[in-house]
Design a protein around this ligand. Structure first.
Ligand code: ATP
Ligand code: MG
Length: 455
């Protein structure tokens, strides 16, 4: 046992002290120990203890508690607005449905509790004065950058299939690789992932895609991920002969995810872009033809990809903003961009600046995962020019009716009768402004009404 110390936040320390003062054993455990040893700031501090849930309730009776997990041994204590999950040492019963333990059994000792945990790097505990409890070589695996099951991998994945996807999520989050026996068992059991609920799969896959090492994990473990998204499998080995590509469809998609530059995006933008990039070429295998010159073509893969992405995201019960956002980007990811102001303004009118900024980020990532040729560089330069002008026009241009220097009331004052004609005329004026045929000035617009016979 090591004497190394971990700096605990004051509230976590207090909780351990309170439990110990009441005669129980208690440790911080799991992700917080792993992250602390890696020098990362843990997201939350989970505690495990010999105290039973009813004892926890009595000990913390004067605190705000969340008791929804009590049946499984978890009581959350809220300190300074932050919940701390305290879980009684437990064994998980059998997993007949590969999903949740049929029962949990509370036990008195930490070792049994650590044995039920998924991976060695997640199965360490710590208490001040005792140091790190590492019964499964978690620190060795942390140092080696390995995700390895506690116990026999096939058995652990048979108990809970979600662990297959969790293993991949941790490789992406930590920049680790799967230990070979863990990888082999994950691949062999990938189809059992279908038995896991959509919500649990979505959460883990989302965590994987948003993690810094997502691209590398996708590149390395596509075959395993095919258990969650079978549409991936035909992409693996789907070659793309021709001048543009240096990867097959799957390696290209993974490289595009790795190339994503998400700076400046909000949370929704980050999520939409990670998923859209992951799925942007998902329909390429079904659209593949080879021309007489031996080059591959993928006509229609934008639209078919958008449909496939919608099916996948609905199946995973992804939030609507994500499904709509990603599907919208995939549907046009490969379409040419206008270079002239009129075209850009009309696109801003139809799609909005947020969408177009995301589209440029997807296009950069897509192009950066192509062969490094002058033609690809030229296409990237086109996107850069578009992005630059689009940003300017988004700030200064007129591309919505609200920005037009006249409104419906002005038109009615000028003699246009109330009714659908007002909107149609505003649209005509807006189009003329976007096309540069009229300045966006009230006098000029009203004068044009008369001149062009719109009144
Ligand atoms: P993160 O920082 O990403 O939240 P974490 O390790 O805290 O990582 P959680 O999902 O919060 O991950 O789970 C907390 C701990 O509970 C894990 O470290 C692991 O010990 C255990 N655990 C969670 N899910 C499982 C599972 N499906 N099977 C076995 N042990 C699990
Ligand atoms: Mg956690």
């Amino acid at each position: 046992m090591s004497r190394d110390t971990i700096r605990l936040p004051r509230d976590a320390y207090r909780l351990l002290q309170t439990l110990r003062a009441a005669g129980h054993s208690a440790y911080v455990v799991g992700g917080c120990v792993r992250d602390s040893l890696l020098g990362r700031l843990p997201g939350d501090w989970d505690i495990c203890t010999s105290a039973r849930p009813d004892q926890l309730r009595a000990i913390f009776h004067d605190q705000r508690l969340i008791l929804t997990g009590e049946k499984h041994g978890t009581v959350a204590v809220i300190l300074h607005g932050k919940p701390y999950e305290i879980t009684t040492y437990r064994l998980d019963g059998s997993y007949r449905d590969h999903r949740h333990p049929d029962s949990v059994q509370f036990v008195d000792d930490l070792a049994a509790d650590l044995a039920r945990r998924d991976f060695t790097v997640n199965a360490m505990a710590y208490a001040p004065g005792e140091g790190i409890i590492d019964l499964y070589g978690g620190r060795r695996d942390l140092a080696a950058g390995i995700v390895r099951c506690v116990g026999t991998p096939a058995d652990r994945f048979a108990e809970d299939a979600l662990r297959i996807l969790r293993a991949l999520r941790f490789t992406a989050k930590l920049g680790f690789t799967l230990e070979p026996a863990t990888a082999a068992a994950a691949l062999a059991a990938r189809d059992t992932l279908r038995t896991v609920s959509a919500e649990r799969l979505y959460t883990e896959l989302d965590g994987l895609l948003l993690a810094p090492g997502a691209g590398k994990t996708l590149a390395q473990y596509g075959e395993i991920l095919g258990g969650v998204v079978p549409e991936i499998l035909p992409c693996i080995g789907c070659t793309q002969p021709g001048r543009w590509h240096c990867y097959d469809v799957w390696q290209h998609s993974a490289a595009a995810v790795a190339a994503l530059d998400l700076r400046g995006q909000d949370t929704r933008g980050v999520r939409v872009l990670c998923w859209a990039t992951f799925l942007h070429d998902i329909a390429k295998p079904q659209c593949r033809t080879v021309g007489p010159d031996g080059a591959a073509h993928f006509k229609g893969h934008n639209q078919r990809g958008a449909q496939a992405a919608r099916t996948i995201l609905r199946r995973l019960k992804a939030p609507a903003y994500l499904t709509d956002g990603a599907v919208g980007l995939i549907a046009v990811h490969d379409a040419p961009l206008p270079a002239d102001d009129a075209g850009i303004l009309k696109l801003l009118n139809r799609s909005g600046a947020i969408f177009l900024r995301r589209l440029c980020v997807l296009k950069y990532a897509d192009l950066d995962a192509h062969a490094a040729t002058p033609e690809v560089a030229a296409r990237r330069a086109e996107v850069e020019r578009f992005a630059c002008r689009m940003d300017e026009l988004a700030k200064t241009g007129c591309y919505t009716m609200r920005q037009l220097a006249v409104n419906g009331a002005d038109l009615m004052d000028a003699g246009i009768p109330a009714g659908p004609g007002v909107g149609a005329t505003l649209q005509t004026l807006l189009t003329a402004v976007m096309e540069g045929r009229l300045p966006n000035e009230k006098a000029a617009l009203l004068a044009a009404l008369e001149k062009e016979g719109l009144l």
